[in-house]
Each structure stands twice: as C-alpha cells, then as structure tokens.
Design a protein around this ligand. Structure first.
Ligand SMILES: C[S@@+](CC[C@H](N)C(=O)[O-])C[C@H]1O[C@@H](n2cnc3c(N)ncnc32)[C@H](O)[C@@H]1O
Length: 375
C-alpha cells in the first residue's frame, strides 16, 4: 500500500513515506530476502518483529520458571527432565515443554541429556528484585489483557491499581494492605540504590530526607556507605510504621527519624539539606508531581539539594523500558507517567530549582538520576 499524506511534512516526512511503502511491500520483502547482502538484515528485522509479536508468550514462560522455582532448582545443580518434573510437580511432558521453551530463551541450557541453568537464568537469579517483579506481573498482565479498554478508561480500575492501593487512596491503607507492595519495593530497591549513590555521592551533605521512602531500603543502603549522615524518611503512616520496624531491626533506629503523612497534604519536615525522591515522581500525574516538588522546595533551605532517581522516558538505548513498559505499567496502576529527563528538569525549574543536572548511572534502563538546587 502506498503511504499518502507524508509529502506535507518536509524531507523527513517524504523519506518516512517512501521507506514505509517499501518495507510494507511483500514484493520488496521477497526481494530483500533473495539478495545475499540484504538477507541478514531482513532476518534480523524479522526476528525483532517476531519477538515483538511473541513477547507476551516469552514473559509467561519466564513467569512459569519463577513460579515453579525452576531456576532455583537448576542453580542447585544440573538435572534430567524426570527429576525436574518430580520437583516442580509437573507432568513430564509439561516439564519438558517448559524446559525447551526456557532453553530457547536462554534461561536454561542443555547439558549431557539433562538441563543446567542458562546464562540469563543465572543473571536473573542474581537479582532478587527482578524475580519479585516478574512474580507480580500477573497483575499487570491481567489488566493488559484488554489494552484498548485500559486506554479508553484512562488507566487504573484493575488488579494492579488494587495492589498499589495508595495510588488511588493515598493514606487509606493499613499495615496489612501496604505489606505486599512495600515488600516488592524493598526487594527491587538494590537495583536502584547503588546506582543512585554511585551517581551522586552524599559526602557533602549532613541530613538526608527520603520522601516516599517505603520500608527504608534506600536509606539502609545510604547508612551502609555514609556513617555520619543523619537520615529521615517520610511516607504514608502505614508504610512509615513498617520503616520504623525495619530500621529498629537493622540497628538503625538511633540514626533515623521516621515521619508518617501524606506528602500532597502535609508539610514535609524541615532541617534537611538534601531530599531524595526514589521512584516516586513517576507514580504521580503532573499536578500532584508538581505539588510534591513545590513541597520539597518549601522544606529545603536555600542551597538545599533535591535528588530524583527513577527510570525515565526517552532514555537513549532504553526507550522501550521507559515509554513502553513503565508507560503501560503506570497506566494500569492508574496514576503517573514516565517523564523524560528534559520534562523533569523543566518541572524542577518551574518549581523554583536551579542548576539541575543529569548524573550518569551505570544502568540507565532502570535508574537515571537528576540533581538540582533550591535557589
Ligand atoms: C514506588 S514506591 C517507592 C518506594 C521507595 N522510594 C523505593 O524506591 O523503593 C512509592 C512510595 O511513595 C509512597 N507514597 C505514595 N503516595 C504518597 C503520599 N501521598 N504521601 C506519602 N507517601 C506516598 C508510597 O507509600 C511508596 O512507599
């Protein structure tokens, strides 16, 4: 089919129109496959497209590996299919189907007629947070079963938003309600904390307040690196209570002050020269996100620092993580959106911050860091 309407959009529009007409043409596709020089490109693109089409199935194979404990089992040592079937409580045909699928995805691999952990399986096991994320994805995928309905209703209203209770009813959750998501956040925090602290060492600071600090996993990582920093945590009351317990049992009770409240309504505690927002801003729509930045501005002294760490939209090389994964995750959650570094810096400027900088992180796919100063 010939693309029309592109010619009104300058040279780039004309190029896109021509390119899309070619790529969509079965004749061109056959031609590309028949030319030895073009064939590898055609195969690569077909493979990438196939992965896009089949991605949900791959994710469900991964979910089955986590739910059955297959990766943990193979980490103990190689096994044959019969013993895997027995341990996972699967029929042998089911175990073999799972093992073959997982092998095709690099999660397990064949070893002398049996099965061993694969390289991606080993890397996944090395990170408990990813396992927890995968395990709770059944909520996200239930909501994404009808993505168009989710888009039409403007997000939320499904399994994931019930899990992230606070997103729709800030401050309403009791300790049992918030336990699940707080645990998940704490488990996935090491992915983020080390990167944020490598990107912005805190030596210059005296008192750090972590807003939306969850169970305190970030502050615990801070405490391990900086023994003189005084630490404060602000979160919803039910979550703050869990943080208090976690600090007590980690022996950090004497260095930490925990505040329960709603950061959209209650003023934040003052006396801190740096305030961090770790994976918090993107949970909120533009108006509350901006209100939160204004609250932080009001709580900081002149020259005080705000540190924002989260995955961001339009991150070069990680665009699908920001705009596709987090875009739809937050839609299902019913609140927030991933923002680009440029958008966050513009919000910071509008909220009265200056000298904002993006600090380099090792894995921008999961964590980018922006630091700015109150004038
Ligand atoms: C995505 S979690 C991030 C937790 C932690 N910073 C981390 O990275 O693991 C967002 C946190 O913000 C807290 N939160 C959300 N809305 C809030 C509000 N209105 N007032 C205070 N805390 C809130 C939640 O309870 C939760 O702990």
């Amino acid at each position: 089919m010939k693309s029309t309407g592109y010619q009104n959009y300058g040279w780039r529009g004309r190029w896109l129109g021509w390119r899309n007409t070619m790529l969509g043409s079965p004749r061109f596709q056959r031609f590309a496959q028949s030319i030895p020089l073009l064939r590898p490109i055609a195969r690569r693109r077909a493979r990438a497209l196939f992965d896009l089409v089949a991605g949900f199935t791959y994710s469900q194979i991964l979910a089955a590996c986590i739910e059955t404990g297959l990766l943990d089992l193979l980490a103990e040592g190689p096994r044959d299919s019969a013993s895997v079937a027995l341990r996972l409580d699967l029929p042998i045909a089911g175990a073999e189907r799972l093992l073959r699928g997982a092998a095709a995805l690099g999660l397990v691999e064949r070893l002398r007629g049996g099965w061993a952990l694969g390289s991606d399986g080993a890397a996944l096991r090395g990170n408990r947070g990813i396992g927890e994320m995968i395990a709770h994805h059944h909520l996200l995928y239930a909501d994404l079963a009808d993505p168009v309905a989710l888009l039409r209703r403007g997000g939320g209203g499904g399994a994931l938003s019930r899990h992230w209770h606070y997103a729709e009813a800030a401050g309403q959750g009791d300790s049992a309600d918030v336990a699940g998501y707080s645990r998940l956040m704490a488990a996935s925090q090491p992915l983020v904390a080390a990167q944020a602290l490598d990107a912005y060492p805190l030596h210059r600071h005296r008192r750090l307040l972590d807003v939306g600090g969850g169970e305190g996993a970030f502050l615990s990582a801070v405490a391990a690196r900086h023994d003189r920093l005084r630490l404060g945590l602000f979160d919803l009351p039910a979550v703050a209570a869990r943080a208090t317990q976690a600090f007590e049992s980690a022996g950090l009770g004497g260095r930490t002050d925990v505040f329960g409240g709603d950061f959209l309504r209650d003023p934040l505690p003052t006396g801190y020269d740096i305030i961090s927002l770790i994976r918090v801003l993107h949970d909120h729509d533009d108006a509350p996100a901006f209100a939160l930045l204004r609250q932080i501005h009001a709580a900081l002294p002149p020259g005080g620092t705000v540190l924002i760490a989260e995955p961001m939209a339009r991150t070069p090389g990680a665009e699908p993580a920001g705009d596709a994964y987090f875009g739809f995750y937050l839609l299902a959650m019913g609140s927030g959106r991933p923002r680009s570094a440029g958008e966050i810096r513009a919000m910071l400027r509008a909220a009265g911050f200056v000298a904002s900088r993006v600090r380099r992180t090792a894995m921008p796919l999961t964590t980018r860091v922006i630091v700015a100063r109150r004038q």
